[in-house]
Design a protein around this ligand. Structure first.
Ligand SMILES: *Cc1c(COP(=O)(O)O)cnc(C)c1O
Length: 399
């Protein structure tokens, strides 16, 4: 157990509330596939996935095979979607742990078929989902009309006596926010076209899934996705990630940045990153703090030491820019963040003492620091802020 006073509290009640809100935000015909990849966006999948299972989640989404195995160990019930394909040496674990892989490359089908045959599995006994590339150019088989040969040559691989069964068809949109901007949507058109081809070839998958948190909480185009699924006799699922953990995407709408607003109340941040003051000192005017002496005291200055640095995921770009919360007040980060430590200016906060709790991300009293705030100061997005909190920071479940 880590005794260093830096940790992240994971509010299981907030996660539960967020998941319930997202379920309510979707019409009953739409299923949810909550995403717990990247260790549940840094929130610890072993804490979060069982909460989602207990709330009735039928599916969970992970990235690699190892993540799938870790989640399966704590979640016996739900189907686990392996969203990054399969690589050599993984097909056996896919079968043993009942993972459902996304496939699009012929070699992935080879690996799975081979492993299934070795296990003596019968026809259509190993469910897989096929990804359609609707514009990300990352994973998936091309949906372009003039380049349908890849899709056409994949489809017969799911015919009897193949052990593989095409259980689902999915895509990942390059611009979920673009879905908001009306009926003209090339991503959806490409998906519709690929789906038509799949059905024409006689396959009858059960699931269609697409769309992330934004599609779920805001999407007027949910309706188009839903009618696409209903017309094809498929069940639709959306795959929320970020919103589960308490943040909503921002998108450009008529040139204006705004939050997606139509889940009332908005989701609650699940993670609070904390530390404690381990040392205090006073600088005289003119004295410096930290590497390269980038902080110079302009007056008598009280500094507090926190045992959290960039090796814990506290982005070094927050040096002399970010702040933490102490006694409910903002304490600016003074000087360069070190690998394992940082120093904050508490001159304006009377009474700070060794052992005081500091909040690096999340709420303390009336104030809070959001992942969006840190993302803007460090030139990134809240997804990365949350995933960057280091593995050596223990995640502690709280209600
Ligand atoms: C990460 C991911 C999501 C979730 O996206 P959010 O923006 O976090 O809601 C959905 N689908 C796929 C394929 C993903 O990789």
């Amino acid at each position: 157990m880590s005794t260093r006073p830096v940790w992240a509290e994971i509010s299981l009640s907030s996660l539960r509330a967020n998941y319930r809100r997202l379920c309510q935000a979707a019409p009953p015909e739409i299923g949810l596939l909550p995403i717990v990849k990247a260790n549940a966006y840094g929130h610890d999948a072993r804490l979060c996935a069982p909460v989602l299972e207990a709330e009735g989640a039928q599916w969970l989404g992970v990235t690699g095979c190892e993540e799938g195995v870790r989640v399966r160990a704590v979640c016996p019930g739900p189907k686990i979607l392996l969203m990054s394909g399969v690589w050599e040496g993984e097909a056996e674990a896919v079968i043993a742990h009942r993972l459902t892989p996304i496939v699009w490359e012929p070699y992935q089908l080879d690996l799975l078929e081979e492993a299934a045959r070795q296990k003596g599995m019968g026809p259509a006994s190993l469910p897989v989902h096929m990804e359609i590339d609707t514009g990300m150019a990352r994973q998936g088989t091309s949906a372009h009309a003039e380049d349908a040969s890849a899709l056409r040559s994949l489809l017969p691989r799911f015919n009897a006596p193949s052990p593989l069964r095409l259980e689902g068809v999915m895509t990942h949109f390059s611009s979920p926010a673009a879905l908001l901007s009306g009926a003209e949507n090339a991503q959806l058109d490409r998906l519709a076209q690929a789906l038509r081809r799949i059905l024409e070839s006689g396959h009858r998958p059960e699931w269609l899934h697409a769309g992330n948190s934004s599609t779920l909480v805001a999407g007027p185009d949910r309706a188009r996705l839903l009618s696409l699924a209903i017309d094809a006799h498929l069940r639709l699922m959306l795959r929320p990630g970020l919103a589960l953990y308490g943040y909503l995407d921002r998108f450009t709408c008529d040139g204006k940045r705004s939050f997606l607003e139509n889940t009332a109340p908005p989701p609650e941040p699940v993670l609070t990153w904390k530390s404690r003051v381990t040392s205090l000192r006073t600088l005289r005017a003119g004295e410096s703090a930290g590497y390269d002496a980038t902080f110079i005291a302009r007056r008598t200055t009280r500094l507090a030491l926190l045992p959290a640095g960039y090796a814990d995921g506290l982005n070094r770009l927050l040096s002399n820019r970010g702040h933490v919360l102490l006694r409910g007040e903002p304490a600016p980060i003074a000087g360069r963040i070190s690998m394992d430590q940082s120093v904050v200016d508490v001159t304006e906060i009377p009474g700070v003492a060794i052992g005081d709790e500091a909040v690096l991300l999340g709420r303390q009293g009336d104030r809070s620091i959001s992942a969006w705030e840190i993302a803007e100061l460090t030139g990134t997005i809240p997804w990365e802020v949350l995933c960057s909190i280091g593995a050596r920071v223990p995640r502690i479940a709280v209600e």
